[in-house]
Write a protein that binds this ligand. Sequence first.
Ligand code: NDP
Length: 250
Amino acid sequence: MSIALVTGGSRGLGRDMALKLAQSGHDVLLTYVSNAGAAETVVSEITALGRRAHALPLDVADAQAFPAFFETVRAALRSVFDAERFDYLVNNAGVGLNTPFQETTVEDFDLMMNVHLKSAFFLTQGALELLNNGGGVVNISSGLTRFSYPGYDAYATMKGGVETLTKYMAKSLGARGIRVNVLAPGAIETDFNSGAVRDTPDLNQALAAQTALGRVGVPEDVGGVVAFLCSDEARWITGTRIEASGGMFL
Ligand code: NDP
């Protein structure tokens, strides 16, 4: 039995990751920050696949609360999954910020840092006690670390940090057989940034025109890559960045 913990599993990319992990045979713990109903829907979808699932609230911007969160994880592992530990952590939860460099405030920067970078660092650190040897961590970055796009200065800077952190964590945790990789999606149609990619036809078409495969992404383009990285087929892959962008801005 294998158990995966997906942050931000209630919607968008995290929802598809949770479903693909379940289809690949994992039981799934997923988190949400405010949409308990959406999270419970995903739990029901996973249960319908014949796997166990449970949703827990978590604000990834609040690192001080992580020890208390892991106590709720410990309790859920025992009560729902009949387990003491889990196998894979997917650091996916996040919000965007599209603000020009000149107008980005200290508060904007801190939010991006807390949500994306500090959370990947301290949530993973906090998980170590409950993570099985031989398991893995998947961090979610963005194509925006490889190319620049106006307004993503603070956001992409944090994702760049997540990519560097991935290499360091892969080295630090390799002795336990824990593999750490980073997946960088391109533009995907989700609620992210108020659904900008999905709901703004001009933006959608402009990005599609800059993408080798001729369209922007949908969540179903990405979740299976996470399931692969959390499988034995990926057992020799660690410290690696994989981009799933359909070839954006090549
Ligand atoms: P969505 O807005 O569709 O979903 C965001 C998810 O994260 C929800 O489950 C939400 O929970 C959760 N979440 C948001 N803020 C917090 C928080 N402070 N603490 C805990 N959970 C939180 O976004 P996507 O699925 O598109 O994005 C997922 C990841 O993918 C992010 O890290 C994003 O940076 C990255 N990404 C997205 C791209 C895109 O084009 N969509 C491209 C490249 C990377 P709730 O439902 O409760 O609000």
